[in-house]
Design a binder for this molecule. Structure first.
Ligand code: ADP
Ligand code: ZN
Length: 600
């Protein structure tokens, strides 16, 4: 094949232009050089190896850690008229043989392979007998112990450089931190590769963290107001909470499925397939769900529990809006979350260095929750990116949070902890501060304390917010027994001695939606276009069902949106729509043209 990259981009994938660094990456690989690509989710990593795969002679071998991911990619490529296949343990002997002979006959443009399979003697032998266009190592952070998805099979991939020194290799990941990056380069022998680092900003995602009250009511309100009928993911920390949340959402008339490691493989598989294939399914899940889910139109990611690190938070929220259309990252966060997370750290019997590292991660996560400035600036700064101006597209930017001078109340709270002997939880401490005459307080003789009744000018809720922020900043620590008792941390001394002042977030009822989206659904289809939009979706659903593939494999939402605004009147015009290449035009052009003619 001697097509050039732009022709392939236009005719096969239906896009007019490369995005960001794609073209430079494609050229490097086409010319036979190695590349290390760091790009956020939704940045467009796939084309970086799929285009060179079609430009260079031979078969491109793509190493991918998840079967679902391979299936999806292959289904999409086949729709675009590309000769793609995958080898995985789900195939039977005959299917495997058929694909192997396609490989050996040079009839494949791309072959997706799981890492454990690639390194078998059989596979390596077959590869040595065919022309290989390139090796693409997807989700390359799996090779690193530092990452969260370490896969020992990935370590075996160093064999590629040894056995195929002249075949270009491209490794891709959405994990940004420098340590993981260095690890990838070293373990895969990519020290000399050209490195391409994109901005990790996800401008289409709106970040919002709300104070937790009744989190299920808050979640329901959020979904009803902003995401009726949309697909989304709700993350919870425990399996138990996943189950309860899914049941509760269904009882409230919102279709949701559970996903966690305690469910049988069959149930997980089925729920995942429904999430991918049906529209508007909400997945309630632990972190077991998500890696390799490249459903492009996940419109929101909600957290009912606090992730353990900013990396995890960014990875999880990054699953929203891969298609570049508007999406929401929403989290409810409260006092109990801080206590839970901190005492979990305390109780773990991990080595001290590990614990310190974990603690640092938790602290930066808490800082993100408590910040009064732009969330995106803080997030990006964490990945070493400097953003000069506040983003204007997060809750704190859209509705600035006032700070308040809280030095005095903070000192009162700290001395309440100290005077009561570091043996009580927040509820009790607030009662003491507010001077409540309970039997328990009387029994403990705590009415006699100087702090008793000194805090009547703050409400119960305000006090809880003070305690939460003191915990988040590390001035207070939960006891290690996990009963929620608080003790002072050494770091609070300057504050107690009056050498430091403290500004805290002024909590307000901010269940309000950002003005930007104004509480409207994320995909804001104009009223007069609704009928056509639904008709286009129905056609897509029908075609997808006939072939047993997810709807987005036929067309992404962004392509349907483009049809909606272009209103093509001929096949030629249809062919100009972004996301419609030659093969898809052949297959579906007529069908969607009919829909436009009928409903527009
Ligand atoms: P990643 O693997 O980095 O998460 P994908 O490769 O899935 O991202 O691409 C994300 C989305 O962007 C997909 O919908 C894809 O079709 C679209 N896309 C990628 N490159 C381009 C481009 N050059 N022009 C238009 N859309 C693109
Ligand atoms: Zn902002």
């Amino acid at each position: 094949m001697n097509a050039n990259p732009r022709d392939i981009l236009q005719h096969v994938f239906g896009y007019d232009a490369f995005r960001g660094p794609q073209e430079a990456i494609v050229n490097a690989v086409v010319e036979g050089r190695d590349a290390l690509v760091l790009m956020p989710t939704g940045g467009g990593k796939s084309l970086c190896y799929q285009v060179p795969a079609l430009v260079r002679p031979g078969t491109a071998i793509v190493i991918s850690p998840l079967i679902a991911l391979m299936q999806d990619q292959v289904a999409s490529l086949v729709q675009s008229g590309v000769r793609a296949a995958y080898l995985s343990s789900t195939l039977d002997f005959q299917q495997t043989q058929a694909i192997e002979s396609q490989l050996l006959d040079g009839r494949l443009d791309l072959l997706y392979v799981a890492p454990e399979r690639l390194v078998t003697a059989r596979m390596l032998d077959q590869l040595s007998r065919v022309k290989i266009a390139l090796f693409a190592i997807d989700e390359a952070h799996c090779v690193s112990h530092w990452g969260h998805d370490f896969r020992s099979d990935y370590l075996g991939l160093s064999v590629l450089r040894e056995q195929f020194p002249h075949v270009p290799r491209i490794a891709l990941t959405a994990t940004a931190d420098p340590r993981t990056r260095a690890d990838i380069a070293q373990r895969l022998g990519l020290e000399d590769a050209e490195t391409f680092i994109s901005s990790f900003d996800r401008p289409n995602i709106f970040y919002r963290i709300v104070p937790k009250q009744k989190s299920l009511d808050q979640l329901e309100a959020f979904i009803r107001r902003e995401h009726p009928g949309d697909a989304g993911i709700v993350y919870c920390l425990s399996r138990n909470k996943v189950d309860k949340t899914a049941v509760s959402l269904n009882e409230r008339g919102i279709r949701a499925l559970p996903y966690h490691a305690g469910l049988s493989g069959a149930v997980r598989e089925e729920n995942q397939t429904r999430f991918l294939r049906e529209e508007g399914v909400i997945m309630v899940a632990t972190i077991a769900f998500g890696m390799g889910i490249n459903k492009p139109n996940v419109r929101f990611v909600a957290h009912l529990d606090l992730p353990k690190s900013i990396e995890a938070y960014y990875q999880e929220t990054g699953r929203a809006g891969r298609d570049g259309l508007a999406a929401n990252a929403w989290m409810a966060y409260g006092l109990a979350d801080v206590i839970k997370l901190k005492s979990m750290l305390d109780q773990s019997d991990a080595a001290d260095t590990f614990k310190r590292e974990e603690k640092r991660k938790v602290d930066t996560m808490l800082a993100l929750c408590e910040t009064t400035s732009c969330r995106r600036q803080l997030l990006l700064a964490h990945f070493g990116e400097h953003m000069a101006e506040p983003c204007g597209h997060c809750d704190n930017c859209v509705e600035p949070v006032p700070g308040w001078e809280a030095t005095e109340p903070a000192r009162l709270a700290l001395s309440a902890v100290y005077r009561t002997g570091s043996r009580y939880g927040v509820e009790y401490l607030v009662e003491v501060l507010r001077g409540e005459k309970t039997e328990r307080i009387a029994g403990n003789g705590h009415e006699a304390l100087a702090v008793f009744g000194r805090g009547t000018d703050l409400t119960d809720k305000e006090w809880r917010s003070v305690f939460r922020q003191l915990l988040a900043r590390g001035f207070l620590q939960p006891d290690s027994e996990g009963y929620g008792a608080l003790r002072l941390d050494d770091s609070c001394r300057p504050l107690l001695r009056g050498e430091e002042t403290l500004m805290l977030r002024r909590e307000q009822a901010r269940t309000v939606t950002p003005r930007k989206t104004g509480g409207k659904p994320a995909l804001d289809i104009p009223h007069e276009d609704r009928i056509l939009w639904e008709a286009l979706r129905a056609k897509r659903r029908q075609l997808a069902q006939e072939q047993g593939v997810p709807p987005y494999v036929i067309f992404h939402d962004s392509t349907l949106m483009a049809i909606l605004s272009a209103r093509p009147r001929s096949l030629k015009e249809m062919g100009h729509v972004a996301g419609i290449g030659d093969s898809k035009l052949d297959r579906y052009g007529e069908a969607f043209l009919d829909v436009v003619n009928e409903y527009a």
